[in-house]
Design a protein around this ligand. Structure first.
Ligand SMILES: [Zn+2]
Length: 352
């Protein structure tokens, strides 16, 4: 494995010492909405086909307050590319994603993160799959190290043991590791460990940040966080999906719309989740509550857009570049209160 270059590698830990770190995610869903990526496969060929779109979204997220530019290598692994018949693109997708992210990180002074994720290969009953999973992670982490990332995010793991493999590979490369688990309807790992136990073990084995990402919305991720915070000494991460999940439908896959809703697959996930989208103010409330619960690494996953990220940054007391355009309804023609607004319009507001 290529030895990582050391420049800036302590950046993540230094920033966490100084205060919360914000990492925008959700690239797949946002690029899908914009028409550059296919729902279902969710393979990020967009880095080769429309790099300008990925660059633009990286910039949008940094402008909204993200401290991290995360390379879009989610699902750019050997298994996914085999499924879509594009194995030959494996290295070029990874390297291109890393270089695009590196360029934006450098221009913005942000951290550069590599990314590995759920393999969809790992099967606890089959040791051969553990070897294959490790091999997939090793090749992606080697490319990330070669492109001089500051740290690597290993995310969306339902099995703690798969997360442990990812952590081991990142540690062997000498890079800081952020490891986050994805929690389904039962608040345990898929092999049945408590989240506190899983995160404690990952922290004990050298993860620099542990926590949860994806699948659950703010309302159903928040209650899971205090046990994790209490179990570990390292910073805890929380990156929910910005959807209105609820106790009886705690994940975005389990959300159900009304009976007459036109749904091609009978459920909103993943392309009809719009009516469940959190407002920016709900994201802000979550951020404040998660910080009070001890979370130190923040972000949003699938479904997030730049306005959500800005709201998170503002809830952390920041004023990112895009806050210049945060709302000011005092100057609205009908709802405003500023001097000089036409009275006949203000009086008409209740008729709107
Ligand atoms: Zn996600």
């Amino acid at each position: 494995m290529t030895a990582p270059v050391s420049s800036g590698r302590s950046g993540l830990l230094e920033r966490l010492e100084a205060g919360p770190v914000l990492c925008a995610e959700g690239y797949l869903f946002e690029l899908e909405r914009r028409g550059y990526l296919q729902a279902g496969p969710f393979v990020p060929e967009v880095v080769l086909e429309h790099p300008e779109q990925v660059i633009a979204l990286h910039r949008d997220f940094v402008r909204a307050g993200s401290d991290v530019v995360e390379a879009l290598t989610y699902y750019a692994h050997r298994e996914k590319l085999r499924v879509v018949g594009k194995d030959d693109l494996l290295e070029s997708i990874n390297r291109q994603a890393l270089r695009i992210a590196r360029d934006v990180a450098q221009e913005a002074g942000a951290l550069l993160a590599g990314n590995i994720c759920n393999s969809n290969v790992y099967d606890p009953e089959n040791p051969d799959t553990h070897t294959r999973t490790r091999g997939m992670f090793e090749e992606q982490v080697a490319w990330a190290a070669d492109e001089d990332v500051d740290f690597v995010i290993g995310e969306t793991f339902r099995y703690a043991e798969e997360a442990r493999i990812a952590l081991g590979v990142i540690r062997e490369a000498g890079l800081p590791a952020v490891i986050t688990l994805a929690v389904g309807q039962t608040p345990k790992t898929r092999e049945g460990w408590s989240l506190a136990d899983a995160c404690r073990r990952l922290a004990d084995e050298g993860a620099d940040v542990v926590g949860l990402n994806c699948i659950r919305g703010p309302a159903t991720m928040l209650p899971l966080l205090p046990d994790i915070v209490a179990a570990v000494d390292v910073p805890v991460a929380a990156l929910p999906v910005p959807y209105r999940t609820m106790p009886e439908q705690p994940t975005f896959q389990s959300l159900r719309d009304h009976a007459d809703a036109p749904l091609p697959e009978g459920r909103p996930f993943p392309t009809a989740l719009d009516p469940f989208t959190c407002s920016r103010y709900e994201v802000g409330e979550f951020t404040v509550a998660a910080q009070a619960a001890g979370v130190r690494y923040f972000g949003l996953c699938c479904g997030a857009a730049p306005h959500h990220v800005r709201s998170m940054a503002e809830a952390l007391g920041r004023s990112p570049e895009s806050s210049r355009y945060s709302d000011d309804m005092s100057r609205h023609a009908f709802f405003g209160t500023a001097p000089g607004l036409a009275t006949h319009n203000r009086e008409y507001r209740e008729q709107l």
